[in-house]
Design a protein around this ligand. Structure first.
Ligand code: TA6
Length: 298
């Protein structure tokens, strides 16, 4: 089957649109952020806000933002990670690369699909407040499934402490109808209950704002969506933690690029290396986080 690719402009953002066997992928060079993934048939896999703004220096709401070299609030990270940034008082949420331009370093189209490779290299784009020599690479494969590989290389002479996440926004029919399977029995940090530890009983269902960091997570998770009669499968390697987030009604009203009712149709499941699963890369070491996503009818 044919694969096509083109570079297009969306507002301030240069983006790449890839088509393969009826599926379509849209990625911005800013943040190497997947904005849209439309399978060959059925509903979109990835959610993108109807109020998305394509502005330079601002992460687009939806898709798959890359959180690196820390996840979330820097102050909630392990001390070694907190100490990597020289201006902790104004550290941006979710790290330093989701709103910076990455370089397209590879575009490989074959019969089984297309692979886009983006890189962010502190040698080419130094960050004064984060004085480390590192390269981050995101490989995105569009084929039967959507496969992401996020690789960090420590190019410096010192240890490199990081936390990270692929902050994936999934499209769902109605958050009140779906459940997540695979997290049964896992412990999680409930960031809405003063970060206390809780144990997950049964499948994860939703009846209010949810913002949890699951630990010791398995390599396979599933979103079951009875209304759209599908399962979304997530298979990961190199991630032992996952963030589950839905803002629900009140927080939705406070979010940028987010319609008041948008909470109903989205669910974030973010494969991560955070908290006890955070990383310290030795000089010269590299670390890879892989996630594969696909949908199947129920
Ligand atoms: O991953 C969950 C979370 O940390 C939520 O607490 C919420 O802040 C979300 O990320 C979105 O963050 P953003 O900075 O993109 O608005």
């Amino acid at each position: 089957m044919s694969t096509t690719h083109e570079r297009i402009q969306l507002g301030d953002l240069a983006c790449w649109r890839i088509r393969h066997s009826g599926a379509e992928l849209l990625v911005s060079e800013q943040g190497a952020q997947i904005l849209r993934h439309q399978p060959a048939s059925g509903e979109a896999l990835i959610w993108l806000s109807d109020e998305a703004a394509y502005a330079a220096g601002k992460s687009v709401r939806g898709g798959v933002p890359v959180c690196w070299p820390w996840f979330g609030d820097l102050q909630r990270n392990p001390e070694a990670i907190r100490n990597t940034y020289t201006r902790p008082a104004d550290a941006p949420a979710h790290g330093l690369v989701r709103d910076r331009d990455w370089q397209l370093i590879g575009l490989d189209t074959r019969e089984d699909g297309a692979t886009l490779s983006f890189a962010f290299d502190t040698a080419a784009q130094p960050i004064a407040e984060w004085p480390f020599a590192a390269e981050l690479q995101l490989d995105i494969h569009l084929g039967e499934r959507l496969a992401l590989s996020l690789t960090t290389r420590n190019l410096g002479d010192h240890e490199l402490p990081i936390s990270q996440a692929l902050h994936t926004y999934f499209a769902v029919s109605d958050i009140r109808q779906v459940r997540i399977e695979g997290l049964e029995g896992c412990s999680y940090v409930d960031t809405l209950q003063d970060w206390k530890n809780v144990r997950q009983n049964g499948a994860v269902t939703f009846s209010g704002e949810t913002d949890r960091i699951y630990l010791d997570t398995p390599p396979q998770l599933t979103i079951v969506d009875p209304t759209w009669k599908r399962r979304i499968f997530m298979r990961s390697q190199g991630s032992g933690s996952a963030v589950v987030w839905n803002p629900w009604i009140d927080k939705a009203k406070r979010l940028s690029q987010f319609a008041d009712d948008a909470w109903q149709g989205m669910l974030c499941i973010e494969h991560a290396n955070v908290l006890d699963d955070a990383l310290i890369l030795a000089p010269g070491a590299e670390y890879r986080l892989d996630v594969m996503l696909w949908a199947q009818p129920l």
